[in-house]
Ligand binder design. Structure first.
Ligand SMILES: *Cc1c(COP(=O)(O)O)cnc(C)c1O
Length: 425
């Protein structure tokens, strides 16, 4: 990539973009630049159609929709799990689409966290998304273990990134269970899942990852790395829609473990409607479902996962890195005089799908960006997150955004707004 700040270079990069046809599949608003696909991905026409098809199946089949139609509801969670498996490098029966991110972490912890003797502690970090820590603390309490002593949170030295050496150093003999993000939600740093898994297993510790910010943005090889478990939401890079059904991966070596939170949808399919009072769990990831799946919130994934299949996660990653490289090049060239700094790792192996720009006026700069038609999101205290998404954003949009930011700073437009966050930031 050249150091070239001209608009014609952006157009040149767009012309060479092999994924450009996918933009037309999404509802991109003509007067907006949407850089918030890492919080809520945009609706695609295929997802819209898939949802309408499921509604139609309800309309025409009633109860028989569970076993009739193009996508019988009874098998949809497994089918979507199979379709998600290539995105995380798992075997198809290791993945199930179910629940929510937080609920799946509860399920996996209830199943796999088995404190014994001195090995009772859970290792996490101080930069993870708070809901994961809330869930882990409550799971510790259910075991009668005080989170103050039993939850270890690896510290960040710069408030943005984690040092893998620090994480490994915290894997002491007392640690039973580790939960870490694959990509940090603020800085976009990628943790080396392969290395951390190897180090954890070396010490007899179970390890899993929260993939909310990595699935659909970067490739993974969870089975090959032998990761024990993972969980993720599907409404960010996967474009499943607000509150779409989440994902759960459990390594096949744990298939025979008893689900910590049992429910009838975890039954072996052929036994479920025997309605026996003793449960016969499925012998794969399917066993970790609880109740009746949320069909209308799973349906959009039929369409969106098909788009990922067509585009290919490696192509998506390639373009995503180009977009973020390009954005950082422009920020370095055009915005440094206004005291912006890049809070995301520069190195490709360490950088996920979004960029964190830091500035002490970040909250109100975000408001000024929105006023100018650019949708970022603000992350306290000083972060502007921008996610140029490979499937629907362009290099020209990146160029325009940097130009708009420069104007906002030169004209001090941000001073019209209060430097505080809104209810949802
Ligand atoms: C978005 C996000 C969540 C959200 O959890 P839900 O249960 O879907 O509300 C959890 N963890 C991380 C790291 C996230 O980015």
């Amino acid at each position: 990539m050249r150091k070239d700040v001209s608009q014609t270079y952006a157009a040149e990069l767009d012309a060479q973009d092999s994924l450009q046809q996918f933009r037309d599949e999404f509802y991109v608003q003509p007067d907006k630049i949407y850089f918030d696909g890492n919080s809520l991905g945009l609706l695609s026409k295929r997802s819209e159609k898939a949802l309408l098809d499921i509604l139609n199946s309800w309309k025409t089949n009633g109860i028989d929709g569970w076993v009739k139609g193009e996508n019988p509801w009874f098998y949809l969670s497994e089918k979507l799990g199979q379709k998600s498996a290539p995105l995380i490098g798992a075997n198809s029966n290791e993945v199930i689409i179910t629940g929510s991110t937080t609920a799946n972490l509860h399920q996996l912890t209830a199943t796999l966290y088995q404190p014994a003797g001195n090995k009772t502690k859970i290792l996490a970090d101080e930069l993870n998304f708070p809901t994961d820590l809330y869930a882990l603390k409550s799971q510790l309490e259910l075991h009668g273990n005080d989170p103050k002593h039993h939850l270890i949170q690896v510290k960040s030295s710069d408030g943005q990134t984690l040092n893998e050496e620090d994480i490994i150093a915290a894997m002491t003999e007392e640690v039973a269970f580790i939960v870490l993000p694959s990509v940090l939600y603020r800085s976009g740093q990628i943790l080396d899942m392969k290395r951390l898994t190897k180090e954890a297993h070396h010490r007899g510790i179970m390890i899993g990852f929260d993939l909310c910010h990595s699935i659909g943005a970067i490739p993974h090889a969870l089975s090959e790395w032998n990761v024990d478990f993972a969980f993720w939401c599907t409404y960010k890079h996967l474009n499943g829609g607000p509150g779409s059904v989440a994902g759960l991966y459990i390594n096949q070596k744990h298939f025979l473990k008893k689900p910590g939170l049992a429910g009838w949808f975890g039954s072996a399919k052929e036994k479920q409607f025997d309605l026996t009072l003793d449960m016969h769990p499925a012998v794969d990831s399917s066993a970790f479902q609880v109740g009746t799946p949320h069909m209308l919130s799973a349906a959009p994934l039929i369409g969106s996962l098909e788009i990922f299949e067509d585009a290919g996660i490696n192509h998506i990653r390639q373009k995503s890195l180009q977009l973020t490289d390009y954005m950082m090049m422009l920020v370095d060239a055009e915005l440094q005089m206004f005291d912006f700094s890049v809070g995301s790792p520069r190195n490709h192996e360490k950088r996920g799908g979004h960029i964190l720009l830091r500035h002490k006026e970040a909250a109100r700069i975000c408001k000024a960006l929105k006023e100018n038609g650019v949708i970022p999101d603000f992350r306290a205290p000083d972060g502007i997150r921008l996610a140029p998404v490979a499937l629907y954003n362009t290099f020209s949009e990146v160029w325009q955004t940097v130009r708009i930011l420069k104007n906002i700073m030169m004209e001090k437009q941000y001073k019209q707004f209060a430097n505080t966050r809104d209810v949802i930031a």
